[in-house]
Design a protein around this ligand. Structure first.
Ligand SMILES: [Zn+2]
Length: 361
């Protein structure tokens, strides 16, 4: 915790208290996210990728049960001695944390997403595509709601340093901007999924590639920048996120490009599902309209670019990780993810293609 103490002028005991608040918050569940939940029940940890479906094709048993390698973000308030912001870590499929979030009660989790998990899955089907987007969105929303609750607790505490309060103020503002935009997107997706609306929000591209044992499902954005004046910032800081009480979230319409990026491995191929709204004309410099016609090498480069600049919590097979390591790509990928992390970097394209040398093209 040395780095953190220096930056936020914390004593060891305050740093420990902050981490205790953080982890205590993350352990708590909430009411099921389905607005029409018949149970009013607490949410369980939903998997962004299905344990018995997608993860089956990523996990490998090399002696310790089924395991995957996850991209893990080291929480700022926990950053360990290595001070690495991102890392690849081994995780058991059932204990995997990065691909799970507090989402829905057991019944809603099972019923809502069964068409993505059971039997032949059709990813050209509009409802299934929207369900993929919806689940990825709810993961982001969960993360942002928990972050805002934690930042608010620190900001309003007399028992931390001024630097820690300021850090949380600066961190809370972009999260609140994004969460409002996500509430608007949630409202539109739910109107389509549950309300009979005909607006399916995103258009989708679906194509297949030679199998790579790698999985991802997340909302992606383009480069954007929000400038807030003092009054707007204060209003955002005082805002208590509560989707249900908002009702119609269309007041929070986001104007930046927004999409969704899904890598779904099966027994013999990799299915790629890309969703995009009317503002997204290109992804990582590749025009959306041309993606279907570029060759496999260019498609893998695009996937590599998206994972590095916009990817969230992806996971892969231990054997793929070993291959990336042998090619000397593992640290390069982690450094690149850190470099391209800030929104202001998202118009740039990484030099590396992480799939080079894997015999895929
Ligand atoms: Zn429910």
């Amino acid at each position: 915790m040395g780095e953190l103490i220096k930056k936020l002028l914390l004593t060891n005991s305050i740093a420990q208290r902050l981490w205790a608040w953080r982890s205590e918050g993350l352990r708590q569940s909430h009411l099921c996210y389905n607005p029409h939940c018949p149970n009013s029940a607490q949410a369980i940890k939903s998997h962004i990728l299905q344990k018995n479906g997608i993860l089956n094709y990523v996990s490998e048993d090399i002696g310790n049960g089924k395991e995957i390698i996850e991209l893990r973000y080291n929480d700022y308030f926990k950053q360990d001695k290595t001070r690495k912001i991102y890392d690849f870590v081994k995780a058991g499929v059932t204990k995997s944390n990065e691909v799970a979030f507090w989402g829905f009660c057991p019944e809603c989790d099972r019923n809502l997403f069964s068409s993505l998990e059971v039997g032949p899955r059709d990813f050209t089907n509009r409802r299934n595509q929207t369900l993929l987007t919806y689940r990825a969105l709810m993961r982001d929303i969960c993360k942002q709601e928990y972050n805002i609750a934690f930042y608010t607790k620190v900001r309003t505490s007399a028992n931390v340093t001024r630097e820690a309060r300021m850090y949380c103020r600066d961190a809370q503002l972009p999260q609140a901007v994004q969460l409002r935009s996500n509430y608007e997107l949630r409202y539109r997706l739910e109107s389509f999924l549950f309300g009979g609306a005909t607006d399916y929000v995103f258009n989708y591209l679906v194509f297949c590639l030679p199998l790579v044992k790698l999985a991802h499902s997340a909302i992606i954005g383009g480069p954007h920048h929000t400038v807030l004046n003092g009054a707007e910032a204060n209003e955002l800081l005082a805002w208590k996120p509560d989707y249900i009480s908002i009702g119609d979230a269309s007041q929070y319409r986001f104007t930046g490009p927004l999409g969704t990026f899904n890598l779904i491995p099966t027994a013999n191929e990799l299915i790629v599902v890309i969703g995009y709204d009317e503002n997204m004309q290109e992804i990582c410099g590749v025009p959306i309209k041309s993606i279907n016609s570029i060759d496999n090498k260019s498609k893998f480069k695009l996937i590599s670019d998206i994972l590095i600049t916009r990817g969230k919590s992806w996971c892969m097979a231990p054997s793929l990780y070993e291959n990336l390591k042998s090619a000397g790509h593992d640290d390069l990928i982690l450094d690149s993810i850190t470099y391209f992390g800030p929104d202001r970097m998202k118009h740039l394209t990484p030099a590396i293609n992480m799939f080079d040398g894997q015999g895929l093209f």
